[in-house]
Ligand binder design. Structure first.
Ligand SMILES: Cc1cc2nc3c(=O)[nH]c(=O)nc-3n(C[C@H](O)[C@H](O)[C@H](O)COP(=O)(O)OP(=O)(O)OC[C@H]3O[C@@H](n4cnc5c(N)ncnc54)[C@H](O)[C@@H]3O)c2cc1C
Length: 147
């Protein structure tokens, strides 16, 4: 049975799961971005960079001394992936909240047709909104190094 599509409100990310066991969400599944800021694609690339870095960091640590058999190794690997995903989730949570709060706010202002919203949108907010969009795009997710 398929689940219905559901919009994720920004505040749900404050306590919502990003990872569980050895699974995590990335891209639109993590930060569904309405068309108003056009940044969903590159935010997804940021997720990919951070996720790769976290997984590599967790998996490349030296195996513990007690890890001997195949079963032990697999269990340790599972734990490491889980740990890498926790770090990924921590790193991406606030960035995702920022992005979807911005798109939520911009959408609210763009779509509003009350007198106050219309006045603010047409006279006061354009410069602020443009600045906000540029600010959200100016983000450094760090590098991936190949060694
Ligand atoms: C009209 C439009 C304009 C946009 N413009 C911009 C822009 O200018 N700049 C920008 O940065 N972003 C833009 N975006 C947003 C951007 O396209 C998305 O944020 C980005 O593609 C999300 O990547 P994703 O990998 O999370 O999801 P997707 O790109 O949607 O990839 C999900 C993939 O999973 C597949 N899939 C789904 N269900 C299953 C399943 N059950 N089994 C196997 N595969 C499955 C789908 O077929 C799809 O290939 C735009 C989006 C739209 C719709």
């Amino acid at each position: 049975m398929s689940s219905p599509l559901r919009y994720r409100h920004p505040w749900e990310l404050l306590w919502g799961n990003i990872n569980k066991d050895n699974v995590c969400v990335v891209g639109d599944a993590l930060h569904p971005i309405t068309p108003y800021i056009g940044q969903g694609g590159y935010a997804t690339l940021e997720d990919g960079v951070v996720l790769a870095r976290c997984l590599v960091g967790a998996l490349l640590k030296e195996q513990s001394e007690e890890t001997k058999g195949q079963g032990d190794r697999e269990r340790e690997e599972y734990k490491r992936i889980e740990m890498g995903l926790k770090i990924y989730a921590k790193e991406r949570r606030w960035r995702s909240i920022e992005l979807i709060s911005t798109t939520y706010f911009v959408g609210f202002v763009q779509q509003g047709n009350g007198q106050v919203t219309t006045f603010l949108r047409d006279n006061i907010l354009p410069a602020f909104l443009a600045g906000l969009l540029l600010k959200r795009a100016d983000f450094d997710c760090g590098k991936l190094s190949i060694s």
